[in-house]
Design a protein around this ligand. Sequence first.
Ligand code: DGJ
Length: 550
Amino acid sequence: MKKMPLLLCVLSCFSIMAQTQKASLPRIEHKNDHYAFMVDDQPFLILGAQANNSSTWPSALPKVWSAMEKLHVNTLEIPIYWEQFEPSPGEYDFSVVDAVITQARQHDLKLVLLWFATWKNGSNHYMPQWMKLQPKKYPNMIGKDGKTVDSPSPHAQATLEADKRAFSVFMKHLKEFDKDHTVIIVQVENEPGTWGSVRDFSPEAQKLFGQPVPKEAMKAMGVKTNNTGNWSEVFGKDADEYFHVWHIASYIEEVAKAGKEIYPLPLMVNAAVRDPFDAGWPPNYQVGGPNDNVFGLWKSAAPSIDIIAPDIYTTDTKKYLKLIELYSESGYPLMIPETHWRAPFPRFFYSALGKGAIGYAPFGLDDQRIRFGEDGEALTDEELYGPTARNFKIFENMQREIAQLNFEGKIKTAVQMEPIDKDADPGSPWDRANYITDTTLTFTGWDIDVAFGRFDRLDRTAHQSEHPDGRIMVAELEKGTFLITGYHSRVMVRPSGERPGISWNYLVVEEGHYENGEFVVERILNGDQTDFGLPFNLPKVLRVKLYERE
Ligand code: DGJ
């Protein structure tokens, strides 16, 4: 072996170290019930948007990039289609994957790639044509009535093997092609499960249903493992549903595990969620995916999955918040990979942050014509992108700081629940007792009262939004120092309940933004801008320092 000169060796060692540092894989970290999604070894908050289903084609991508720019996202979620990826058995076409990755880099975006394969919204519509044309080999499910259901059978070994093989090739290619980790998460399948039948009733499935329940499934659902029996004997009325969930989760585990062994990126499964208050009985909702009643089964059957993510499309505020709560307590990090983009729903980005979310992404903003057809509504850029951009523009330069603060459990948020009562007597702006408080966020030594909608200085009912779109985020930087941002809201600070009557004031209220990890002060607010609380008529970031007078 030739000897390398010392300097060259040192340089090359540094370069290898730099590469290794850069090449550190994205990963999830967990401490004291808080999660961080580490990208390049630092907490990262996904300010995302999901492209329309038919947008991953070179002809459609230019519109995607221009929309992403207007939205101020840092991450694009976009599908990879099995039908395009494996046009004939064992022949793979990497052109689309490569184009997306290359162009994402040019636009300085990270990617969450969505593996549309065996399941897409519960159906097999993204299977390659050569599979669709062999329904006996790659079967759909059979319903109780003996009719075919528009959903692939999770018991079909040939389908599983084909998906596993294609997914492994895909992950191997990512490993080789994407050395700088533009792709930060891969979603395995899309909304797996079934609409219209609680499970497969094919002869194959019937046979499995009559067999003893695996001990792991019993344990996962809190059943004593000495009570063995078949699915009906062990789970009674829940047997059909749990059986279907267990087999779908086990199927996806095999696909995920095969890919992860090659390239251990964080893997995600998304859920077509059920009503969090009144789910009804399956198959009223999509059965088989990670619904809130079966997290245990998913955890046990699919340990290769790192993130279980709810797609939230309800327009009911209480249900939306309940879903956030349920999935934030699921034992997985909270990530909302699909949701509404129309105002006032983007305020729930704040709700998600308050529950420690690692990411949030509205759906289908890249091209409205794809979604609604040529005659679809002609919306202005402000109508289309404004509601999301208003959030992300504020967070794009401080997403790392916010992700770090969330990892430390320092963030609290609140959103407006109902439209405000415009006839309410606003009272005197000088009389603090007149200030309406919708909610209070509590911190060490200090309480922060929040009023939504009433952000105007003197006339507290003027210029209010038609929608309940107020939102607020408060992060405790240290005791008595807060980072506050919000929209259509106003905050009033006071010493906490245990310390009433303490004389206090603002030491300084700084308006600014983050740049390379430092808070850059643009101006100091005082006088009318602080005497009536801190109004967030427009989104802005404040660093507020409080002090107690002797
Ligand atoms: C949820 C699915 O996951 C998406 O792919 C898309 O079909 C939306 N529903 C509806 O537009």
